[in-house]
Design a protein around this ligand. Structure first.
Ligand SMILES: Cc1ncc(COP(=O)(O)O)c(C=O)c1O
Length: 427
């Protein structure tokens, strides 16, 4: 024991047979480099009121650039009403929530936010979490754990947060081929009407921008007596007459048991939520560790989110302008010969098909053209499907779109990337 008295301990001394902890972390990082999927985050500072402009800092320099890949899809993070709501709530109630809801109660702006969300989706209740990721992980796992012998049936392209929810449920799972209702039906049929079943899927898949056959999935859920859970993260605020997502646009919200969404994308703030029947949400509230044992969303964030939701319930201007500019971006880039992948939504994926070139294209756009579009590589998309994922907003005007097309063409030529016909033929 004497040898480990603090006075005798020499932290620089190592022994041959000592466990070298550091090495494992270095190897893990080296592997990412070797697979060309080590992530580098750009140092950015958005400029409120000048969306989509931002300041990019690198190598001691600070430059103004245009962001082309933000998930603040409608620029609501800089909307005057949303900023004012946040400032007012922080001024009146302070910055933090003061603890978990169990300890500190539910701050009043959070109560209002949950009412607003229930109303948005036409549901009995809403329950807010600290992020969309946490809402999926906590809600899917808790719902499935509370159902006896539940079979989770999950779309193969579901987001990582839904996959975590499925894993944590420790229930049996079956994966159905992406948007393949025939495959889904065969799984439901085998499981039978008697068994508890939870179908989990998304409305808009964010990497390809495609949309699930929600009506057909709801039909099957009714036929085989299954519960349905939809992630509308990439659709809330942007689709439907009040921004209730694709389920609202298609008049299907009442046919889905749980609608999940985020406050961090079109609503411009932070947090996630589920809406549905009061009993289901009360059970999740009461049993989900990811809800119970973490500090609640602060009042200022809740108030800002409510302001954004209220604005987008009433205003069509942002939705219309976003669809117009997304359509124009697709047309201009396609006309320039770039391999724009077909998508019926606001998401504009441009295929690169190589991880190193995808990263190089992103670097070149930023360094030479002042345009920020992050590379999307494996495992976010399959190998060979690496891409630039472009998200036009209402504030990317026609001149900005034309500049993007010119910059992309220069980058495509410099890196000898396949143009539209070659790339999409090989897809
Ligand atoms: C489909 C989907 N669900 C959930 C999330 C997580 O949402 P949040 O960013 O609010 O944690 C994301 C994040 O990008 C997502 O793409």
């Amino acid at each position: 024991m004497d040898a480990i008295r603090s006075g005798d301990y020499d932290p620089s001394q190592t022994w041959e047979d000592d466990m070298n902890y550091q090495r494992f972390f270095e190897e893990a990082i080296d592997q990412l480099h070797a697979e060309r999927r080590y992530r580098v985050f750009a140092d950015l500072e958005r400029i409120a009121g000048r969306f989509p402009r931002a300041i990019w800092r690198a190598n001691g320099r600070a430059e103004e650039i245009t962001v082309w890949c933000s998930n603040d899809y409608l620029g609501m993070g800089q909307h005057a009403d949303v900023i004012a709501a946040m400032q007012q709530a922080a001024g009146g109630m302070g910055t933090g929530a003061g603890g978990t809801r169990n300890i500190s109660g539910t701050n009043h702006p959070l109560v209002e936010l949950e009412h607003e969300l229930a109303d948005l989706h036409g549901k009995e209740a809403g329950l807010v979490f600290t992020s969309g990721f946490v809402s999926n992980e906590a809600a899917i796992s808790t719902i499935a754990r509370l159902l006896p012998n539940c079979l989770i049936i999950s779309d193969e392209l579901n987001h990582a947060s839904m996959i975590e929810g499925v894993r944590r449920a420790s229930a049996e799972k079956k994966i159905f081929r992406h948007n393949d209702v025939a495959h889904l039906e065969s799984i439901l049929q085998t499981a039978g009407r008697e068994r508890a079943k939870l179908i989990v899927f998304e409305s808009v898949y964010s990497m390809d921008g495609d949309i699930a056959p929600i009506g057909a999935i709801a039909d099957l859920a009714e036929k085989y007596n299954a519960m349905t859970y939809i992630d509308e993260v990439h659709a809330v605020g942007m689709y439907g007459p009040r921004g209730g997502g694709i389920t609202e646009r298609e008049g299907l919200a009442h046919r889905i048991d749980v609608i999940e969404g985020t406050l961090a994308k079109a609503f411009g703030t932070l947090g996630g939520y589920i809406t549905g029947k009061r009993t289901v949400l009360d059970a999740v509230r009461s049993y989900a560790p990811g809800f119970i044992f973490t500090t609640a969303l602060p009042p200022a964030i809740a108030a800002a989110a409510t302001a954004a939701i209220r604005h987008l319930k009433a205003s069509q201007a942002e939705r219309v302008a976003q669809q117009t500019q997304a359509g124009r971006t697709k047309d201009v880039l396609s006309a320039a010969g770039l391999p724009v992948m077909a998508s019926p939504t606001h998401i504009v994926p441009v295929l690169v098909g190589d991880p190193e070139k995808c990263k190089a294209a992103s670097d070149m756009l930023l360094e030479d053209h002042g345009i920020y579009i992050q590379p999307i590589n494996y495992p976010t998309v399959p190998r060979g499907m690496e891409r630039l994922r472009i998200t036009p907003s209402p504030y990317h005007d026609d001149a900005v779109i034309d500049r993007l097309a010119e910059a992309l063409i220069q980058v495509w030529d410099a890196l000898d990337l396949p143009k539209r016909d070659q790339a999409l033929a090989a897809e």
